[in-house]
Design a protein around this ligand. Structure first.
Ligand code: XIL
Length: 316
């Protein structure tokens, strides 16, 4: 059968996966699957704050460099993930008792260092993530608390300074379809555009299950209203968790959810990529974070395509 990455260009999108860099090195079959099927990669953890700056002003780019080298060797684009988020932060930062001015200097330097290092090699950056609450209001996060709500605008401006060519994205979950959170994300990015903040795209994460997946019509309508603001969209982290062990009916329902979300993306010209949060069920965050759930991705643990993969292929 045709690979996903061979079908994607005619559909006008890239197909991506989050990559576990340690597994990339330890599991050659996993690396081969990624290189064969995808033309876009996002480091699952390798560019997060606690990994790249484990101590103040001491950067460790071992894993991030390995990811970028892997992508370049296989003609894949890289999405950097993530510059401003309030999870996976190092203790020196969260326990440091820093003033607003100090936090601004730390964040600016962090963004400048990462974005400059990969200028021209990381095409797109998740500048900020998960800033909006379920009620649609800005969440109280480490950064909003320490810097104030303008931390978001500042982060985009600093990233743009460091690489004016990079595509800059806001990425969130639970706001893919209709509802208060989706409206809140819309208001946030509309407000950023209004202030001439350099934001290019909104990432819809799409971590879902069989019973809480959004309606495809709502996803398409949401993407359209974001497009009307001049923003591109992406499905950035899709997985569809199933209760384990996953049976045939569940796998077939999962396949329909994947197909429907990809169709929504393809119906909107500004939707540029479709990524899953992992490639095969052998390396997925779901079983660890949602005990009893799993089998959430397109390929089985042995690397074979699941019904979900056939469905995605069919839609492409
Ligand atoms: C997850 C990783 O997959 C895990 O390995 C890690 O322990 C926690 O973070 N939304 C995101 C991702 O944007 O960064 C998260 O990744 C999953 C949810």
């Amino acid at each position: 059968a045709a690979t996903l990455r061979s079908l994607a260009p005619a559909a006008g999108i890239r197909v991506g996966a989050a990559v576990d860099v340690e597994a990339l090195e330890a599991d050659p079959a996993y690396a081969r699957l990624l290189a064969r099927e995808f033309n876009l990669v996002t480091p699952e953890n390798a560019m997060k704050f606690a990994v790249v700056q484990p101590e103040r002003d001491r950067y460790d780019f071992t894993q991030a460099d390995a990811l970028v080298a892997f992508a370049e060797a296989h003609g894949m684009q890289v999405n950097g993930h993530v510059l401003v988020w309030d999870r996976q932060l190092p203790d020196w930062l969260t326990q440091g008792g820093f003033s607003r001015d100090e936090l601004m200097a730390i964040l600016r330097e962090h963004i400048r260092t990462l974005v400059t290092r990969y200028r021209g090699r990381v095409a797109s950056w998740d500048v900020a993530a998960e800033a909006v609450g379920e009620d649609g209001k800005l969440r109280d996060t480490f950064w909003s608390h320490g810097i104030g709500p303008d931390y978001l605008a500042l982060a985009f401006r600093w990233a743009h300074e460091a690489d004016p060519q990079a595509r800059l994205r806001y990425n969130d979950y639970g706001g893919e379809g209709a509802g208060a959170k989706s409206d809140g994300i819309y208001r946030l990015v509309a407000d950023l555009r209004q202030q001439d903040v350099p934001i290019d795209a909104v990432g819809l994460q799409m971590h879902v299950g069989l019973d809480d997946a959004p309606r495809a019509d709502d996803v398409r309508i949401n993407m359209k209203r974001l497009a009307a603001l001049g923003l591109q969209t992406d499905i950035t982290e899709m997985d569809v968790m199933l209760p384990l062990p996953a049976r045939g009916t569940a796998l077939r329902r999962q396949a329909r959810v994947y197909g429907a979300m990809l169709q929504a993306c393809l119906a909107v010209p500004q939707c540029r990529s479709f990524s899953t949060w992992g490639a095969s069920d052998a390396h997925s965050w779901i079983p660890e974070y949602f005990p009893g759930q799993g089998a959430a991705l397109l390929f089985a643990a042995d690397g074979r395509p699941k019904p979900a993969c056939e469905s995605v292929r069919g839609v492409l």
